[in-house]
Design a protein around this ligand. Sequence first.
Ligand SMILES: N[C@@H](CCC(=O)N[C@@H](CS)C(=O)NCC(=O)O)C(=O)O
Length: 156
Amino acid sequence: MDIQLYGFWRSIASFRVRVALKLKGLPFKEIPIDIMSGEQFTPDYDAVNAERVVPTLVHDGYRVFQSLAIIEYLDEVSPEPGLLPTDPADRAYARSLALVTVADVHPLVTPRVRNHLAKAFGQMVTQSQDGPSIGRARGWRPMSGSSPGDRRLRSS
Ligand SMILES: N[C@@H](CCC(=O)N[C@@H](CS)C(=O)NCC(=O)O)C(=O)O
């Protein structure tokens, strides 16, 4: 398997894919894209990922984007070890936890969104741009347990 990962060292979405690759023991070559200096907007990277975000995975010449889709793809082309539990309820819980980050939290803290908010609302937003502040503002608190019997995300 020839695997290349376009990523950025402190990108949480790239981390998700790196963790999956490591858990599966799949060797890969990382191609760094410096999203803080705007390398994602260069024509070269635009040709790789039209959304102009990292990560992008290239497997034997086939390109996949969006971290969760990449992780599911890896689980299908290289099923062992499986990344999801076998029990349907546990699988649903694992997917729910993944989507808390991917769908709810992460979109608020990407550079393009932070830059847009800073332009639109100024210092007020840039001072509280970190994820924990946003989470607190939305009334989230850490989940009290991860046992199968405690599957609900609680809010205070
Ligand atoms: N939902 C996407 C998010 C991708 C994403 O927003 N990646 C960030 C880095 S963690 C990025 O490339 N941001 C560039 C920008 O905001 O300009 C995924 O999970 O792959």
